[in-house]
Design a protein around this ligand. Structure first.
Ligand code: 3HC
Length: 284
């Protein structure tokens, strides 16, 4: 099995920049690209700051931070991915946009290059059906915040080859992550369980239980690091609603019906931490 040593990451949001940071810190040659140049610059600044913080906390040496920085490069277009053995996309959750990106990449990269998706909700089989080498498409679903969370869900589409699966799994494990194999069905494992749990917490809030009490109950009663409403704000209420709608549509059961209060919050633009307001206020 050929060992992957070079990775391209598309999308410099929270997930993409986290994947790029972890790849570079794990010794992969990594290119990060975003069609929004300002977002790409912000991601590089943020990764630099994160590495600096890790040095200050004595988690890594300054030599290791320098080595990681040297491994990470800004791509100026998809052309820069030509030597990457695996490209991970972490762009908007839209099947057409993701398929378009993979089609754009196909003539640029080698025929052996793996096209991996960090999708949290889109079928890998469907994404793979849009390209000429469906055997090279695989799902690698990282958790937020990527540098901290140990898990990556691996998803095989119907046509994913054993080689693609084994190579990508080995690459992700060399980033220090633990992998699990999920089915290619809505929500995979984590979101299938997590999102209905958070949704239920929002129903309780709608029924009049205080947000602080719901979160304290789940933190102290089940040892979760964050209460479900805090976690919803952290993940993004728009993202949560999007995933619940996919679970509801694809699995067809009422238990996945998004809570009306969640829909209202998203309609109001209250997306959680990133917008300054969700179930809690982050203005300060
Ligand atoms: N990036 C990098 N490192 C971070 C970070 C970030 N965004 N946020 C926190 N950290 C680090 C801190 O620097 C700290 O490191 P240290 O122990 O070396 O000092 C460590 O994580 C702990 O952070 P804090 O002390 O500030 O705060 P907490 O102890 O509350 O930890 C947390 C923060 C790790 C985010 C923790 O609250 C947690 O695990 N929350 C649950 C996260 C979770 O469930 N994620 C999955 C969401 S679902 C998902 O991603 C799927 C998607 O498809 C929706």
């Amino acid at each position: 099995m050929t060992l992957i040593t070079s990775i391209g990451v598309v999308g410099s949001g929270q997930m993409g920049s986290g994947i790029a940071q972890v790849s570079a810190m794990s010794g992969f040659d990594c290119y990060l690209w975003d069609n929004n140049a300002a977002a790409l610059n912000r991601a590089f600044e943020s990764i630099k700051a994160q590495l600096q913080r890790l040095v200050e906390k004595e988690k890594i040496t300054s030599k290791q931070a320098q080595e990681a920085s040297a491994k990470l490069r800004k791509a100026s277009s998809v052309q820069d991915f030509k030597n990457c053995q695996m490209v991970v996309e972490a762009i908007v959750e839209n099947v057409e946009v993701k398929t378009r990106l993979f089609r754009e990449l196909e003539p640029v990269v080698a025929p052996t290059t793996i096209l991996a998706s960090n999708t949290s909700s889109i079928s890998i089989t469907r994404l793979a059906a849009g390209v000429t080498r469906p055997d090279k498409v695989v799902g690698v679903h990282f958790m937020n915040p990527v540098p901290v969370m140990k898990l990556v869900e691996m998803i095989r589409g119907l046509q994913t080859s054993d080689e693609t699966y084994n190579q990508s799994k080995a690459a992700v494990e060399r980033m220090g992550k633990t992998t699990v194999l999920a089915l290619d069905s809505a929500g995979f494992i984590v979101n299938r369980i997590l999102c209905p749990m958070i949704n239920e917490a929002i129903f309780l809030l709608q029924e009049g239980v205080k947000a602080e009490d719901i979160d304290a109950a789940m933190k102290l009663g089940t040892n979760q690091p964050m209460g479900p409403l805090t976690l919803a704000d952290f993940v993004g209420l728009d993202t949560l609603l999007y995933i619940l709608r996919i679970l509801h549509a694809e699995l067809g059961e009422d238990k996945y019906r998004p809570c009306p209060l969640l829909i209202k919050y998203v309609e109001a633009g209250w997306y959680g931490k990133k917008s300054g307001r969700g179930f809690y206020s982050y203005n300060s």
